[in-house]
Every structure is written in structure tokens, then in C-alpha cells.
Design a protein around this ligand. Structure first.
Ligand code: FAQ
Length: 409
């Protein structure tokens, strides 16, 4: 995938038109010399670059870190008691489970037809279907603004982004289907409320600035979580995530671009951007899941390398990446306790309102009921599309059969 652009709103005007080849970028660790060459600046310039490559750098750096973490994660394989969830020690595993764990520890990708412990399969179905549902329900808050986008260009971009999210849902449902669950079943579980989707999509989009905040913060948090998933142990999930991450990276940048335009606009526009940041900041931090001490699935998922980083590690990473971006925009993160910690080389931050998160998970967020009502309504009104697709598939199959019979006659 190639991307061309003009660094019109770059801090450093020396960066003229640029082109990035994300396929190429993905295959290599971060290399400032290569970046300088690709972007036509000097190596020193690379470090002065603003958001145009921030996400790209982030991707490359994370890939390198994931490699390191893969080695580091051996220590989770030793873990028996995490404080909340018990992970069985090697001796408590059956011979098949031990053999499976050895393959995982060796970094072997598990494929659909490989034998796997039933709980590994169930954990993947749970996480992947929740992930797919998040992409599908995640279209609703932004779709709300397609008809009210301020310019034709913004409308086209938003429309394309929302379509991308639908596509991500489809890749993920397809990847989950390799685990012997049907898409119909996963859809039924979403519509009945049995299956979860990300808490973040239960918040309302009140102004156009929310489109900026969602792209910048929500897609930004999603990427931090999803880049490591490109290296997760289940092959079909990992491969689906590679393409998704490439697209999410553009989504994040388009959100940042909206915020930048607002922040460089009138006082009123900048106030809109600040208001959106104020409302989306804390819910974005909650996206990475409960604190490690309360995360029921993390220990086992990390042992199986479905998750490569803990919820708290990803949250910290998101904060460390986003604070400088907020500073560049001239916006204030709504956290009086946010402070750089020189010793940890990370930001300290204030307490997260976990009660609010659990209320949203219980179905009591600002938009839970509305989202489920809309999703159910859309599923019903879309029945004719599914019926037409089925009728076409049957007709096509009959034609193929008839042609085959005619040819053999
Ligand atoms: N919302 O034990 P853990 C996107 C549940 S995609 C709701 O830590 P786990 C793209 C969790 O399911 C965003 N529920 O769980 C986009 C579990 O309940 P369960 C979605 C949550 O699985 C952008 C319980 O709490 N991304 O945004 C949440 O190890 C813009 C205990 O938690 C993914 O799904 C939450 N935030 O870790 C689209 C990525 N957090 O199932 C449109 C893949 C936790 O036992 C517009 N998923 N819970 O009943 C993951 O990486 C993991 O599932 C975590 C949670 C990290 C989300």
C-alpha cells in the first residue's frame, strides 16, 4: 500500500511531497537513514518530524520491541500465580497441552487445522469475535457525522474510513470462522447482548471534533493494541491484523489531521477540539482493558502468546505516545496528575474511574442501549441483502453444476 501526501501542515516546511510504501516499511525495523532517504530530508530532520511519520515510526519501533518482548515473555511461561488468574504449571498440563505449549514457546504459528487445546480455541473465539463486533459497532458513532461533515473532502474521507472499519470486521469474522464457529453464531451473540464489544463505542459523538478525537485517540489506542497482535500465535488472526493495522494507521492520522485543522482555526474551533479531548481521553485509556491485577484473561492469553503485552503496558505506551502529540496540538490532557517521570522514562498519570468502565460493560454506558437497538434494526432491515446474496450463490452453484453436467454429457 502506498501513500502520497504533501506535508502542508508539517512543523518543518522542508518536508515537501512525500510517499511511504507501507508494505516496505512494515518489513523493516525503524531506520532513520532509510526514512531520511524516503522522505527527502537529513537524518537530523527525521527527529524533528511531526505527525506525518509519527505513526509509521511507532509501527516500526513497536515491531522491534515486540521481537524483544517475545523473548521476554518466556518469563510468563514460568508464571503460576498472577494474583488474580491461575495459570497451570507445566507439570499440571496434559502431554498434549505440554506439546502445544512447547510449540507456542518456540514461536510456531498455530494454524486452523492444527490441534489446539479447547480453551485456546475458545479464548481466541471470544477475543476475535469481540474484536470483530467492535469494528462493526464502531462504525456507528462516526457514521453519525457522515452527512454533517464540514467539506466534501472530509465527507469522502470519513465515508472511506467507516467502510474500512466494516472491512476489518469482515476479515476478523472470517479469521474467527477458521476456529469452527459460524459468522451467524457470532452475529447472534452480538445482537442478543451475549458477546461484548469495545466499551469506547458506547460514548456519544456530539461535535465534528469528535471525529478528530476518535481517529487520533481511539484508532491510536487500537493500533497500540493491534500491532502486537500481528505477531500473535494464531496465524489467521495475526495475518488479518497486518492489513488492519496498515489501515488503522491512516485512520489515526486523519483524526490527528482534523484536530490539527481545528487547533489552527478559530478560538471556537480550538475549544471544540479541547472539549473532544476532554471527553474522549479517559474512555480511550479504558479501551486497553481493566488494570492487570483485575484482568481475568491476561495471564493465560499471554502464556499462549495471544496477547504479547499486558493491558497496563499497552495503556502506558499509548499515554507516552499521545502526550507529545497533544502538546504539538496545543491541547491540554485533562489529567492534573499527568507528569513525566524521568526515572521510568514514562508519564505518571491520575487514577482511572474503573467504576465507569464496569458500568459501561454492564450495559449502562451513555449509548449502550442505543447502539444495540441500531445494530439490531440494521440487521433486520438488511435481511433482504443476505437473502439476495444467498439466492445469487444458489443460482451460481446451479449454473456451475449444469455446465459441468453438460460438459460431461
Ligand atoms: N471493552 O481479562 P481482560 C477499534 C472485558 S477495535 C469491553 O483484560 P482480555 C477499531 C474482556 O472482554 C477495539 N470489554 O480481557 C476502531 C473481559 O471480559 P470477558 C477493540 C472489555 O480479552 C476504531 C473482561 O473485560 N479491540 O477500536 C474491554 O484479555 C475506531 C476482563 O478483561 C480489540 O478488541 C473493553 N475495552 O483483554 C473501530 C483488540 N476491555 O470476555 C471503529 C483485541 C476488557 O472475559 C472506529 N482484544 N474487556 O467476558 C484485546 O486485545 C483484548 O481482548 C483486550 C481485553 C485488551 C481488549
Amino acid at each position: 500500500m502506498r501513500c502520497d501526501g504533501v506535508a502542508e501542515d508539517c512543523k518543518d516546511k522542508r518536508f515537501g511531497p512525500w510517499t511511504l510504501d507501507f508494505d516496505e516499511a512494515f518489513d523493516r525495523p525503524f531506520d532513520s537513514r532509510w526514512c531520511a532517504h524516503r522522505l527527502g530530508g537529513s537524518i537530523d530532520d527525521i527527529f524533528n518530524m511531526t505527525h506525518h511519520i509519527a505513526q509509521y515510526e511507532e509501527m516500526c519501533i513497536m515491531i522491534v520491541r515486540v521481537d524483544a518482548a517475545l523473548e521476554r515473555s518466556q518469563m510468563y511461561a514460568q508464571m503460576v500465580e498472577t494474583g488474580v488468574t491461575k495459570v497451570r504449571s507445566d507439570v499440571a498440563l496434559t502431554a498434549e497441552e505440554q506439546a502445544f505449549q512447547i510449540r507456542i514457546d518456540a514461536g510456531v504459528k498455530i494454524e486452523a487445522k492444527d490441534s489446539m487445546p479447547e480453551n485456546y480455541r475458545k479464548t481466541l473465539i471470544r477475543q476475535m469475535s469481540q474484536h470483530a463486533h467492535s469494528e462493526i459497532v464502531g462504525q456507528l458513532p462516526e457514521a453519525n457525522w457522515i452527512t454533517r461533515a464540514p467539506t466534501l473532502k472530509r465527507k469522502a474521507i470519513l465515508l472511506a474510513k467507516v467502510q474500512d472499519e466494516a472491512g476489518h470486521g469482515l476479515y476478523l469474522y472470517s479469521a474467527a470462522e477458521t476456529l469452527n464457529v459460524t459468522r451467524d453464531q457470532m452475529t447472534r451473540d452480538l445482537l442478543s447482548g451475549k458477546s461484548k464489544y469495545s466499551s469506547i463505542f458506547n460514548y456519544p459523538t456530539l461535535t465534528w471534533a469528535d471525529m478528530g478525537a476518535i481517529g487520533w485517540l481511539v484508532d491510536g489506542a487500537a493500533i497500540i493494541n493491534q500491532i502486537p497482535l500481528c505477531r500473535c500465535s494464531y496465524g489467521p488472526y495475526a495475518r488479518a491484523m497486518i492489513r488492519i493495522c496498515k489501515e488503522e494507521s491512516f485512520h489515526q492520522r486523519q483524526g490527528f489531521d482534523i484536530m490539527l485543522s481545528l487547533c489552527r482555526g478559530s478560538e471556537k474551533q480550538k475549544a471544540m477540539a479541547q472539549d473532544a479531548l476532554d471527553r474522549w481521553w479517559w474512555p480511550s485509556l479504558m479501551m486497553q482493558g481493566p488494570p492487570d491485577a483485575e484482568s481475568t484473561n491476561s495471564a493465560q492469553s499471554m502464556r499462549w502468546k495471544i496477547k504479547l503485552f499486558s493491558n497496563d503496558e499497552l495503556r502506558q505506551k499509548f499515554i507516552d505516545q499521545t502526550v507529545p502529540q497533544a502538546e504539538f496540538l496545543g491541547l491540554t490532557i485533562p489529567d492534573p496528575e499527568l507528569k513525566w517521570n524521568e526515572e521510568r522514562k514514562s508519564y505518571d498519570f491520575g487514577p482511572i474511574q474503573w467504576d465507569e468502565f464496569y458500568e459501561v460493560l454492564r450495559g449502562n454506558g451513555p449509548c449502550n442501549r442505543d447502539r444495540m437497538r441500531t445494530r439490531n434494526r440494521d440487521h433486520e432491515t438488511g435481511a433482504w441483502v443476505r437473502e439476495a446474496a444467498m439466492a445469487y450463490a444458489e443460482k451460481h452453484e446451479r449454473r456451475v453444476e449444469t455446465t459441468a453436467q453438460e460438459e460431461s454429457a
